[in-house]
Design a protein around this ligand. Structure first.
Ligand code: 5RP
Length: 228
């Protein structure tokens, strides 16, 4: 029997929520897969699990609030016990591309402040080389045309993400997302990241390097396997 993608995501959410222990400060990722984690965590909290959480987006914050998970102010946090988040692409090195959900900057702040970062992905997210889909880059609205011009001159073509036909997508930080076109194979993604963040107006890229502790991969046959 083959599982549908949302069923795999649900399994990933359940398995990752089982990693949470009483008393932990938990980082909540963003996206459909991370939502299944939050959903499972809400169920555990309703059964008596006592934790606190910080959220990587307003969407995840609202979901946790509605489910009764006590939310801690990220401005007061230096260390998170465990963060669980999804990804758009993951390489064999466990380097990632994130940000299709637009939360890459906050997600990276949580990830880089976490003692343990567990990434939950279905097997469609596994790639040999990063760059199968878009690379999201968060840029500030001020002077965005000049910023995009600089990106283009460096060889990074793409599009400013739209919310709808007449307006740009705006992140929780009040910024825009420039999605670098696919397919582009990032052979040296760390070099690309350095070049991109050197451009004034660029806040961060969706590349995540050396942050992952474990990956939980869900397969169509229903297996969910740990990968270090
Ligand atoms: C949001 C993200 C998401 O974690 C990523 O886009 C994966 O989302 P999904 O689980 O919906 O495929 O980085 O900024």
């Amino acid at each position: 029997m083959l599982y549908q993608q949302n069923e795999i995501k649900r399994l990933l959410g359940e398995k990752s929520a089982a990693l949470v222990e009483a008393g932990m400060l938990v980082g909540l990722g963003t996206g459909t897969t991370a939502s299944y984690f939050i959903e499972s965590l809400i169920k555990r909290c309703k059964k008596g699990l006592k934790i606190q959480a910080v959220a990587s987006s307003i969407q995840s914050l609202n979901m946790a609030n509605e489910g009764g998970i006590p939310i801690y102010d990220m401005d007061k946090v230096t260390s998170i016990d465990l963060t669980v988040d999804g990804a758009d692409e993951i390489a064999p090195s466990n380097d990632l591309i994130k940000g299709r959900g637009g939360a890459l900057v906050r997600e990276k702040i949580l990830a880089s402040s976490s003692k343990r970062l567990v990434i939950i992905v279905d097997d469609s997210k596994l790639v040999n080389v990063l760059g199968k889909a878009h690379l999201p880059v968060e840029i500030i609205p001020f002077g965005y045309t000049a910023t995009i011009n600089k990106l283009n001159k460096m060889g990074y073509e793409g599009k400013l993400r739209k919310k709808d036909q007449s307006s740009f997508y705006v992140t929780d930080n009040g910024n825009y997302i420039f999605d670098i076109d696919s397919p582009i194979e990032f052979i040296n993604p760390e070099e690309d990241h350095k070049k991109l963040i050197s451009i004034p107006g660029v806040v961060d890229t969706g590349f995540f390097f050396n942050l992952v502790s474990d990956v939980l991969v869900g397969y169509r046959d229903g297996r969910v396997l740990f990968r270090k």
